[in-house]
Design a protein around this ligand. Structure first.
Ligand code: GRF
Length: 214
């Protein structure tokens, strides 16, 4: 995704990086990033939260935390037109890093390439296993005993892209998909701030699709 051994997206150590978070719903991962960014010494600040739906619950949480929010409705809009609005909003806020946090809209390759190495996502499985939706149902159906979550760089293909960090979660006997989602979410809330820290500190290198932490 980038030249061998280069810093993704040219992110350099140093300043506190302005981050834009994209959400579509509840926003619990967004809330975890907002909390993390309040800690002294955290290398990123959440400069804007953008939702593609006006009823995304996370917007209220972000506003209560004093963070700028924007709604860019995606319904019925051509992908390229929506992505152009999104890109303009992110640039208007001076964003350097984009975090997808439950953002349920496919992005165009052009948009993704423009943010390559500077846009990350969290997915509730141990990628490359269980990409896509209905993850916890499929994990339980498969009989696997270990699941987890992954933070990865975003590439044009959904739930692909070099994995930055992962956390494992055992699958308890008889667990329901909802219970498993809650167990995984606890780990997501710890993992996402750690991954954003590494990216914002310029500590990640990508070589042959593999992320190395410096
Ligand atoms: C999380 O499970 C995340 O991994 C997935 O969508 C869910 C979003 O939850 N991409 P929230 O909106 O962060 O609470």
């Amino acid at each position: 995704m980038s030249q061998a051994g280069t810093t993704p997206g040219g992110i350099k150590p140093g300043d506190i990086k302005p981050v834009g978070i994209l959400i579509s719903g509840r926003g619990s991962n967004m809330a975890a990033l907002i909390e993390a960014a309040k800690q002294p010494g955290y290398p990123a600040r959440i400069a804007v939260v953008i939702a593609n739906r006006a009823d995304a619950e996370g917007l209220t949480i972000a506003q209560a935390a004093g963070i700028a929010t924007e709604v860019i409705p995606s319904k019925g809009k051509e992908r390229a037109a929506f992505d152009a609005e999104l890109d303009a909003a992110l640039k208007r806020h001076g964003i350097e890093i984009v975090c997808l946090a439950g953002f349920m809209r496919l992005l165009t390759p052009g948009f993704v390439e423009g943010w390559q190495g500077r846009m990350i996502n969290i997915h509730p499985s141990l990628l490359p296993a269980f990409k896509g939706t209905r993850v916890h149902e499929r994990v339980i159906e498969s009989g696997t005993r270990i699941t987890g979550c992954s933070v990865h760089f975003v590439v044009p293909e959904m739930d692909e892209g070099p994995v930055i960090l992962q956390a494992e979660v055992p699958v308890p006997d008889g667990v329901t998909p909802e219970q498993l989602a809650d167990l995984v979410l606890l780990e997501e809330h710890k993992l996402y701030p750690q991954a954003l820290r590494l990216l914002a500190e310029g500590k990640l290198r990508v070589e042959d699709n593999q992320v190395q932490v410096q």
